[in-house]
Design a protein around this ligand. Structure first.
Ligand SMILES: N[C@@H](CCC[C@H](N)C(=O)O)C(=O)O
Length: 289
C-alpha cells in the first residue's frame, strides 16, 4: 500500500473514530491496517474506523445505492466488522456535511444494519433513526469477578447484553470482555452495558464493546439500554401509544433516546471532527509487515 491516504479524526460523545474518505473504494483496508490505525500509541488512535465509500462502489452496499448514496463501512478497533455504530453514523454524517457531500437536514446512510435516516440539526446535534430493537428471549448472565447479573438481550442490528447493577464501579476495569453465559446466545460476541438509574427516565452506563474494549460511549448500546430500561419500568410504547424518552449518560457525554409507538428508535447526540491529515504510507507499510 503506497498511495497517500487522507484521514480525519472525530468523535461522538468521546466514542472516537479514524475517518478514511474513499468514495470509489480503492483503498485496501485489511483488518491489520485498521488495527494499526486505531492503535492509540503506535497509530492515530480510535475505538473504530469509518471508511466512507459511495454505496455503488461497495459490494456490501450496492443494493442500497438507490436509497443511500454513502455507505458507512464501519470497523472495530481490532479490525473486525460490525453491523452498526450509532455514534459513528452521526460522525459520518457530520463528515459528509463538512466535506460538502450533503447539507443540513435529512440524509440517508447505508450501513450493514440497513439504511439509516440521519437528521443534521443546525445546532451541532444529529438525530439518527436507529430502527427497531429486537428483544430475543434469552436467559443471559454477565459476570465480573465474583459478581454476576442477569442481562437483557437486545439487538440493535448488533448484539447487546444489558445488565442493571448497583454501582458502575462493579463493572471493574473492563480490560477484558466480561464473561457471559450461555455462550450460544452470542456466537459472534457481544457488547456489554452496565447500567445504573440516576432518576426516572435517566440512567448512566458503562460499556465493553466487542472488538474495541471499554469505550466512553456506544450509541447502539445506549439505545439497547433505553429499551431494556423502559421494559424494566413497564413502559412499552407499542402498548401504550406513548413515546418513551430516556436520557443516557455515558462517560463521554449524554445521549437522548426516544422509542416511538411503532417501535422506531431515535437517538440524538453530538458529532465532532477534531483533526485531519495524511497517513504516512511508509509507516503503514511498516505497520503491516
Ligand atoms: N460504538 C458503536 C458500536 C460499534 C460496534 C460494536 N463494537 C460491535 O461490534 O457491535 C456505537 O456507537 O454504536
Amino acid at each position: 500500500m503506497s498511495q497517500r491516504i487522507a484521514f480525519l479524526k472525530g468523535h461522538g460523545t468521546e466514542n472516537d473514530f479514524v475517518i478514511v474518505p474513499d468514495p470509489e473504494n480503492v483503498i485496501d483496508l485489511p483488518p491489520a491496517a485498521v488495527a494499526a490505525l486505531c492503535d492509540r500509541r503506535a497509530g492515530i488512535g480510535g475505538d473504530g474506523l469509518l471508511h466512507v465509500v459511495r454505496s455503488a462502489a461497495h459490494p456490501e452496499a450496492r443494493a442500497m445505492a438507490g436509497r443511500a448514496e454513502w455507505f458507512m463501512d464501519y470497523r472495530n478497533a481490532d479490525g473486525s466488522i460490525a453491523e452498526m455504530c450509532g455514534n459513528g453514523v452521526r460522525v459520518f454524517a457530520h463528515y459528509l456535511q463538512r466535506a460538502g457531500h450533503t447539507t443540513a437536514g435529512d440524509l440517508a446512510v447505508a450501513t450493514r444494519g440497513g439504511v439509516k435516516t440521519v437528521y443534521i440539526a443546525g445546532n451541532g446535534d444529529i438525530t439518527v433513526g436507529m430502527g427497531k430493537a429486537l428483544l430475543p428471549e434469552a436467559e443471559v448472565t454477565v459476570s465480573v469477578g465474583e459478581r454476576s447479573w442477569p442481562a437483557r438481550n437486545v439487538n440493535m442490528g448488533n448484539p447487546h447484553a444489558v445488565a442493571f447493577v448497583d454501582d458502575l464501579a462493579h463493572a471493574g476495569n473492563l480490560f477484558t470482555p466480561p464473561p457471559f453465559s450461555p455462550a450460544s446466545v452470542y456466537p459472534d460476541g457481544v457488547n456489554v452495558e452496565f447500567v445504573v438509574e440516576r432518576s426516572p427516565r435517566h440512567v448512566a452506563m458503562r460499556v465493553h464493546e466487542r472488538g474495541s474494549g471499554e469505550t466512553r460511549s456506544c450509541g447502539t448500546g445506549a439505545c439497547a439500554v433505553a429499551v431494556a430500561t423502559a421494559r424494566r419500568d413497564g413502559a412499552d410504547p407499542a402498548l401504550t401509544g406513548v413515546p418513551a424518552t430516556y436520557t443516557v449518560d455515558v462517560p463521554g457525554g449524554t445521549l437522548v433516546i426516544t422509542e416511538h409507538p411503532d417501535g422506531e428508535i431515535e437517538m440524538t447526540g453530538p458529532a465532532v471532527i477534531v483533526a485531519e491529515g495524511e497517513i504516512d504510507p511508509e509507516w503503514l507499510a511498516t505497520a503491516l509487515r
